[in-house]
Design a protein around this ligand. Structure first.
Ligand SMILES: O=CC(=O)O
Length: 334
């Protein structure tokens, strides 16, 4: 009997056991393309015909570009399941996937990323609050703390951490930062049930902006959240606020952040994500008060392995049962 075909977009590097076991029930098809134009020709030439499910990674974007309606309509109609190996799925137009005939059902990896992304946010909060960036760079250049010495940093104890987006990552971060003595407030469109708040107080969006000493962005990117933080929002914040973003670059207007840093409204920032990755706004690169990471939120052996296992389990379930295990919320009833 011929095995069902699965299209691999990207690489599986950690979950080798789960992947080899999937290979026993499915034939894995790997594209030869390196860019979007050749990927579109490859799929239009019929190279992926018969594939029923696809496993994709965040970095496979460099080969396919966005999974928008052009690309979705070029994929073979046999392909009806897409398992994304990541929590955020803003690279995929899930509405276009749902309205295709037949629909392309999409899954993501929700909880597996919570610890490592929250750890990354915690690192950036401490680094930005304590203003460690200048002296870390100076030490490597043999300049001790740097000349002139950096401004004294601030302790987290007794400061208000405002979390915008209290999903799994936000709740995990709240728990960790309370151990550093921070008081936590959050804003979410819907207030969480008391038992899930973990002692954090729900506040309105305006109150969150006005109350936070540190504001952490932990919300997904979609058309409602693009540039949710821009000039008008910075104006409502306390002078000297610290901004941390481990969600997606475009939830914040980067040019507005650069201005707010220059004016001193924002004391420092800790960033893992950028509006035009892999480019980083020059105004952020040259500002010594900004701690920069190049999208390392889930960059750990343990987390990547867990993420890959969940995405592989979705492909397996698609092949064996004709359904995904962790569909994205928009596709729950598809
Ligand atoms: O950025 C990482 C993810 O969305 O999983």
């Amino acid at each position: 009997m011929t095995k069902p075909k699965v299209l691999l977009l990207g690489e599986v590097t950690q979950a080798s056991e789960a992947w080899s076991s999937l290979s026993t029930i499915a034939t894995i098809i790997t594209p030869t393309s390196k860019d979007r134009a050749s990927f579109l020709s490859e799929t239009r030439s019929g190279a992926f015909d018969g594939c029923i499910a696809s496993y994709r990674t965040f970095p496979s974007f460099s080969m396919t570009g966005p999974l928008d309606s052009d690309l979705i309509s070029a994929l073979p109609s046999s392909l009806t399941f897409l398992a994304h190996c990541g929590a955020g799925y803003d690279q995929i137009d899930v509405a276009a996937c749902a309205s295709r005939d037949p629909p392309l059902r999409v899954s993501n990896v929700p909880a597996a990323v919570d610890d490592s992304t929250a750890d990354t946010a915690a690192f950036l909060i401490l680094g930005a609050l304590r203003n460690f960036n200048t002296s870390m760079l100076a030490a490597r250049k043999g300049e001790w703390r740097g000349r002139p010495e950096p401004k004294l940093g601030h302790d987290p104890q007794g400061k208000v951490l405002g979390i915008l987006g209290m999903g799994g990552i936000g709740r995990n971060l709240a728990r960790k930062m309370r151990a550093f003595g921070m008081e936590v407030v959050y804003h979410n469109r819907n207030r969480l049930p008391k038992e899930e708040e973990g002692g954090a107080d729900w506040v309105s969006f305006e109150e969150l902006l006005g109350k936070s000493d540190v504001l952490s962005l932990n919300l997904p990117l979609n058309k409602h959240t693009r540039h949710i933080i821009s000039t008008a929002e910075f104006e409502k914040m306390k002078r000297g606020v610290v901004i941390v973003n481990t969600a997606r670059g475009p939830v914040m207007d980067e040019a507005a952040l650069v201005e707010a840093l220059k004016s001193g409204k924002v004391y420092s920032a800790g960033l893992d994500v950028y509006e035009e990755e892999p480019k980083i706004h020059p105004g952020l690169v040259e500002n010594p008060n900004v701690v920069l990471l190049p999208h390392m939120g889930t960059w750990s052996v343990e987390t990547l392995k867990k993420m890959e296992e969940v995405a592989i389990a979705n492909v397996r379930s698609a092949v064996e049962k004709g359904k995904l295990e962790t569909p994205v919320p928009e596709h729950k009833d598809l």
